[in-house]
Design a protein around this ligand. Structure first.
Ligand SMILES: NC(=O)c1ccc[n+]([C@@H]2O[C@H](COP(=O)([O-])OP(=O)(O)OC[C@H]3O[C@@H](n4cnc5c(N)ncnc54)[C@H](O)[C@@H]3O)[C@@H](O)[C@H]2O)c1
Length: 268
């Protein structure tokens, strides 16, 4: 299979290096807006070449993997699915816009393109997916992050919160997943994934806590419904090259790629 990876940062790099070792992957196309990044990564790989225009290469590509930004996801998703090419999205927050999401999902169906959204940095999505076929009363996500992973976030700056100076765990945000994804576009993609699987962006509750005593990005997913109750806690190690991103997110993208390439669906 031939894959295109859009975004050669923390996740894109780990994924490309892992894909380079997969027998099923014959060619890896790499793209990044930042000059030199895709070239540098390609120079370390056996199967990779750099592409300037992702759209032009779609004729040769079986799967596009977006690991860049919400803007990138919004830009490439419609083009990729309209060509009938499958796409995996990491910047899931891009799907918070209902009109955009519905149009892209409809187009994908029409054009027989698959949309893959890995579980990313959160665990418990398997149980949520299963339980969502029945009635769900409540879905709540409580995310605790170190201040370093929240510094520079517009919402934090706008509300005059100096996360670096916090001395105790502090609730920065409490509200719907829709508001959370918009306020923290690079930090809370998991809220979007959970919303899409469960009760939607407006009914999913999100709390974001900055904790100066932690080094992990943790997510507690609480679900209550017809099936019973579930609490799933994930303590993520941040990626050394990007503290905003949990290492598990890159692992989940690689694991999704393996399942797609091998057509083996265990625990789906
Ligand atoms: N689903 C999840 O659970 C989850 C978890 C962590 C991160 N993410 C998201 O995944 C994405 C990638 O994360 P990361 O840690 O690798 O980020 P990163 O900042 O380390 O890397 C992103 C790369 O994408 C490039 N880029 C940005 N816009 C681009 C565009 N339009 N076209 C091509 N390249 C572009 C940047 O130059 C950068 O090199 C982010 O949007 C992040 O929020 C999702």
């Amino acid at each position: 299979m031939r894959i295109t990876i859009v975004g050669c940062g923390s996740i894109g790099t780990k994924l490309a290096m892992a894909a380079d070792e997969m027998a099923e992957v014959k060619r890896i196309y790499l793209a990044d807006v930042e000059a030199g990044l895709a070239e540098e990564l390609a120079s370390k790989l056996k199967k990779a070449i750099v592409v300037e225009d992702v759209e032009e290469e779609l004729y040769h590509c079986d799967l596009v993997i977006e690991a860049a930004s919400q803007d990138a996801a919004r830009e490439i998703m419609p083009k990729v699915v309209a060509r009938g090419v499958d796409i995996m999205i990491l910047s899931v927050g891009a799907l918070v816009d209902d009109a955009f999401r519905e149009s892209v999902f409809t187009k994908a169906k029409e054009c027989e393109a698959r949309i893959y959204i890995p579980s990313g940095a959160v665990c418990g999505t398997d149980g949520l997916r299963s339980s969502a076929v029945g009635e769900l009363e409540e879905v709540e996500l409580i995310t605790v992050k170190s201040p370093v992973s929240l510094s520079g976030v517009e919402y934090v700056i706008h509300n005059n919160i100096d996360v670096e100076k916090l001395e105790e765990p502090t609730v920065l945000f409490s509200g719907s997943a829709r508001e959370a994804v918009q306020a923290f576009p690079r930090n809370i993609n998991v809220a979007a994934t959970v919303s899409l699987l469960g009760v939607g962006f407006d009914r999913t509750k999100v709390t974001i806590v900055a904790d100066p005593t932690t080094h992990s990005n943790s997510h507690e997913l609480r679900i209550k419904g017809e099936f019973g109750e579930m609490t799933c806690h994930t303590y993520n190690v941040p990626s050394p090259d990007n503290p905003k991103t949990s290492y598990l997110a890159a692992m989940s993208a690689f694991s999704a790629l393996k399942r797609i390439a091998r057509n083996e669906w265990i625990g789906i």
